[in-house]
Design a protein around this ligand. Structure first.
Ligand code: FAD
Length: 414
């Protein structure tokens, strides 16, 4: 794999950019692999990457039914933060946030991580209490966050109206090293690094069945033939229920569309990310100048990857009191992704009733931020059968009632 560098760009400039290698190979599937990862989103690719990098397991195939990052990885609003309340979540999300800090160097691929700071606005007394509590919990967990007052909010984000008649801004939970990254670059960077380790990244390969013998996974059937494996990771976000059914077990999960939209590009006006969870909406400005606006989930379960008109109106209406300037913006694009939501709003990283089959799902509306940490932890779980980062996130927690309640930190009105 040719290393990307300023020198390489200069060299290619002299040869009409004809010397670049393909970022990743597109091989035909082999008869079998040590490990198959189903799902070529960020989490599946990060799992494969860390299997190779941390555990030396490289006889791996990532099977993706569409194109890399075409699921939620390429559809999210790219917010990265780790200000969760419960200890197991803070450990996992902070591990992930810290991996984002060096991801571009580690992968030799610019994922444009921008630690511009994320604030979660408190617009009710209840939220003030909740976020102060989270700030204290984060201090104990070693996650750097702080409670800031309304004056400081206004300094950090001058376009905000903090004196709204319905929901004045009372303060915010602020994480200065939180931010954004370019989502599809994360998938592409991992794919390139996996391919360089000799792994097979196979797109347009849909898993249609899972085969097993004596309670142990033996492989998958796909639209490109049968492929054997010793271990398998199911990492398919909104389609987890369908894959679990193929493997013969049920998941405590609902699939529902989550929507987002962007405005026309405008001059730089906002260099932080703002989440307003009471009214429900969140906003940041992309490098192109578009205002990236996150909406809510649909009110009913579905598998539709599309936007709908009423969401534009509801989301913009929610935000316009706090950001009056958006009333004058034209909205440019809108879309949706199928997110996988658990009852406690925490993910599942777990062994399954089928031996050798592992599952990584339930990230719901907030898994982009967790991509590298999830891959790190899932790879350890698959390689060693156990990971300190995944212990609390097993499927058995739903049977035993050990929920990891993050419905406030998840930050989206479900
Ligand atoms: C509108 C929106 C906004 C969001 N905003 C944020 C945010 O700001 N911050 C944040 O942290 N998170 C956010 N999220 C959530 C985040 O995008 C997801 O949690 C995360 O991307 C999940 O990654 P993944 O790799 O698990 O899933 P995906 O990227 O969906 O990858 C799963 C892949 O599996 C493939 N697949 C499915 N079935 C099969 C099959 N049978 N065979 C082969 N392949 C299959 C799919 O095609 C897909 O590519 C948002 C999500 C949406 C939809």
């Amino acid at each position: 794999m040719t290393r990307y560098s300023a020198f390489a760009i200069a060299r290619e400039a002299f040869r009409q950019h004809k010397g670049w290698d393909r970022a990743w190979e597109s091989p035909e599937p082999r008869k079998s692999y040590d490990v198959i990862i189903v799902g070529g989103g960020g989490h599946g690719l990060a799992t494969a990457y860390h299997l190779g990098k941390n555990h030396g397991i490289t006889n791996v195939a990532v099977l993706e039914k569409g194109w890399l990052g075409g699921g939620n990885t390429g559809r999210n609003t790219t917010i990265i933060r780790s200000n969760y309340l419960q200890d197991p979540s803070a450990a996992l999300y902070e591990k992930s946030r810290s991996l984002y800090e060096t991801m571009s160097q580690d992968l030799n691929y610019n994922v444009m991580f921008s630690p511009r700071g994320v604030m979660m606005l408190a617009q009710t007394e209840h939220e003030v209490r909740g976020y102060k509590r989270t700030a204290h919990a984060n201090a104990l967990q070693g996650v750097t966050t702080e409670w800031i007052d309304a004056k400081r909010v206004k300094e950090l984000c001058p376009i905000m109206n903090i004196d709204g008649p319905r929901y004045p801004v009372l303060g915010a939970l602020w994480q200065a090293r939180a931010g954004t990254a370019r989502h599809d670059a994360v998938a592409w960077g991992y794919a390139r690094a996996c391919s360089a380790m000799g792994m097979h990244i196979i797109q347009k390969c849909e898993v249609t069945g899972i085969t097993s013998q004596d309670g142990r996974v033996t492989g998958v059937t796909t639209n490109r033939g049968d492929i054997g494996c010793k271990k398998m990771g199911i990492v398919v976000a909104g389609h987890s229920g369908a894959l679990a059914e193929m493997a013969g077990f049920r998941l405590p999960i609902e699939s529902v569309a989550l929507q987002a939209l962007v405005s026309e590009p405008i001059k730089p006006c906002m260099d932080v990310v703002v989440m307003a969870n009471t009214v429900h909406g969140y906003m940041s400005q992309s490098d192109k100048g578009e205002m990236v606006i996150g909406g809510g989930t649909d009110g009913y379960n579905n598998y539709t990857q599309r936007g709908s008109f009423h969401h534009i109106e509801e989301t913009v209406r929610a935000l316009v009191e706090t950001f009056p300037m958006i009333s004058r913006l034209k909205m440019l694009r809108q879309w949706g992704g199928v997110v996988d939501v658990t009852g406690d709003r925490s993910p599942i990283l777990s062994k399954t009733p089928l031996d050798g089959c592992f599952i990584n799902c339930g990230w719901g509306t907030g898994g982009f931020k967790a991509t590298p940490g999830s891959g790190w932890a899932m790879a350890e779980l698959m390689a060693k059968g156990h990971s300190p980062l995944t212990d609390a996130f097993g499927l058995e927690r739903f049977r035993e009632g050990r929920f990891i309640d993050e419905s406030v930190a998840a930050g989206v009105a479900h």
